[in-house]
Design a protein around this ligand. Structure first.
Ligand code: G3P
Length: 214
């Protein structure tokens, strides 16, 4: 089970959360990783934690002011990247371009999508994984795996009809170990989560609760 903690632009200490993620990853069979802001990737990766980028642009080296180059996040220490997160939506052609850019840089890819139909389209682009996140549940503390189990099962079906090799994750409102277990029971191979850890008073305790039942 992959548990990817997205720090978004929350005002947390990225290195402190990274150290907690690293320590909990070492204590469990689950794969626990963190996705800080691009500006924090190098400091976060230096802790030894598995580090992901939140986004890469569909570009190559060149005149692309203000864009995020896949090679640069890889060089900073990221091993993978989210693409098309609900808060960083891309056009289909740009999702494709970002997946290709990430592959070129050797980054693992998770393409996010709102619903099962978009999951099918995203799986067709050949990422390593797709993640279904109903936007209306993001940041609510109401877990997708319990509030809308059908969307997770339908996303698993949609991806497997297109490409059985693409893993399916889910996210939105996940903050407890029970939520993670429910996600797994619905066929998800991992979860994306943010506020449950990034906004917790004690991120390490929140992470320990997440992996406890696994
Ligand atoms: O990328 C994960 C995120 O969008 C879910 O956020 O705060 O509902 O766990 P949250």
């Amino acid at each position: 089970m992959l548990i990817l903690v997205n720090l978004k632009t929350y005002p947390c200490d990225p290195v402190a959360v990274a150290e907690a993620v690293r320590d909990v990853d070492e204590e469990t069979d689950a794969r626990v990783a963190v996705a800080p802001q691009a500006a924090h990737i190098e400091r976060v990766a230096a802790t030894g934690v598995e580090t992901w980028a939140q986004h890469v642009d569909p570009i190559d080296y060149g005149s692309n002011t203000g864009h995020t180059l896949a090679e640069s996040v890889a060089e900073a220490g990221a091993v993978g990247t989210l693409i098309n997160h609900s808060e960083q939506r891309l056009k289909l052609a740009d999702i494709d371009g970002s997946v290709r850019a990430a592959e070129r840089a050797g980054l693992e890819t998770i393409v996010c999508a709102n619903n099962p139909a978009q999951i099918g389209a995203s799986a067709a682009l050949g990422p390593d994984a797709v993640a279904v996140e109903p936007p209306e549940l993001i940041g609510t503390g109401t877990p997708v795996s319990q509030a809308d189990p059908d969307v997770v099962e339908d996303a698993v079906d949609a991806a497997s009809r297109v490409d059985d090799d693409v893993s399916v994750l889910c996210g939105a409102g996940i903050s407890t170990g029970d939520d993670v277990v429910s996600a797994g029971d619905l066929g998800a191979e991992g979860v994306l989560l943010a506020s449950g850890v990034a906004k917790a008073d004690d991120p390490k305790a929140a992470l320990e609760d997440l992996v406890d039942p696994l």
